[in-house]
Design a protein around this ligand. Sequence first.
Ligand code: PMP
Length: 452
Amino acid sequence: MNLQNNIKHLEDADRRHIWHPFTQMQEWEEGTPVVITEGRDSSIRDIYGKWYIDGVSSLWVNTFGHRKKEIDDAIKAQVDRISHSTMLGLSNEPAIRLAEKLVYLFDLSLSRVFYSDNGSTAVEVALKMAFQYWQLMGEKHKVSFLSLNNAYHGDTLGAVSVGGIDIFHKTFGPLLFKTYKAPSPYCYRCEDGRQYPDCGLFCIRRMEEILQRHHQDIAAVIIEPLVQAAGGMIISPAGYLRQVRELCTKYNVLLIADEVATGFGRTGKMFACEHEEVVPDIICLSKGITGGYLPLAATLATEEIYRAFLGEFKDLKTFFHGHSYTGNPLACAAALACLDIFDKEETLKNMAPKAALLENWLGEMESLPHVGNVRVKGLMAGVELVKDRQTKAPYAWEDKMGWKVALHAMDNGVFIRPLGNVIVIMPPLSISSENLQQMLKVIGDAIISATS
Ligand code: PMP
């Protein structure tokens, strides 16, 4: 098959056989898929040879760019030993070494690591752990969860139950368990119509009302600390996270921090919880854990939670949960290499000027006539486009405004994927300032062009 025929074959076969995630396939089938064949640093290349800056880190996972030598080498070295063995009844060296490193990142406050392989499973594990913990503690009525409007914790049914984005989650309503829902800390569109900071964090008071009334039924509060990511890069106001922690302690419910999107440097600190010196009872990690190389997740719990599960074989206190690829050695080897890079390259320190650059650019964007609100934490940003700035009226879903911006950017060599009307900007932490500037210029032009 010559090159042209090969390309044509791949495009056709994709349209005929692949069902893409979060994608209206009728439209997809009418278009031409962009098939990626190669990556280098912060860019990816399609089958025609066109390069794109990876503006959303291959869906928020990539940390140090593509083909990072140290990660490549770590995986290759592990392949030469063993690629996979099970954690059910066995252990493996990379999984042990990684667990040791992870718990030290939390000063041993979270001392137990349960591996799985994606963000949704990390959340499922956390929910089931919290639930069974209270059962084992004899608090049998603590069977429910409190989560937030606009929350996103993954696509498995437990994770969807604690989700709060109607467009994604409503269809599955009849399949879900019931949860208590607190307001989203979304200051631009405050559910109570209040203004920050005069509101005195009214959303926290609303959460407290629910806890006051129902804490006896609630096993845990689950939140995305600081940034409700898939909800539209909604940044919670200062002090919000800390107060959630205080409420959980006061009302004797566990706090589950879902750091799947915010973890591993994305917000400027290793974990978002550090910004407000919060230690959750359970934390969910995935995405950036392997620098965007391989599927891996870890749910970390306190020693106290872990100890509740100890008992005689016959007691059936065991945590009956596990996946085929739990603790996969290749993925753990990649994750170990990533933690070394964080230290060696001082990634967090070096990303600060780039975060400042992004913040400046967002300041400029804010004056555009169809930009309603800009939000940023570290290298995690959203630009919310509105039809009318005065009334904050959004573009209709079918206007596909976010998609128009993304298409324009794509034509000009930047890959981004919007969340409705919110333009997401989330490049690899290692992006060069030049690439970042180039990317922001393209996105700025795309916003202007699509909205005028
Ligand atoms: N939690 C959060 C906060 C997320 O942003 C995501 C994914 N965007 C998930 C969980 C689910 O992760 P995955 O797609 O790996 O299942």
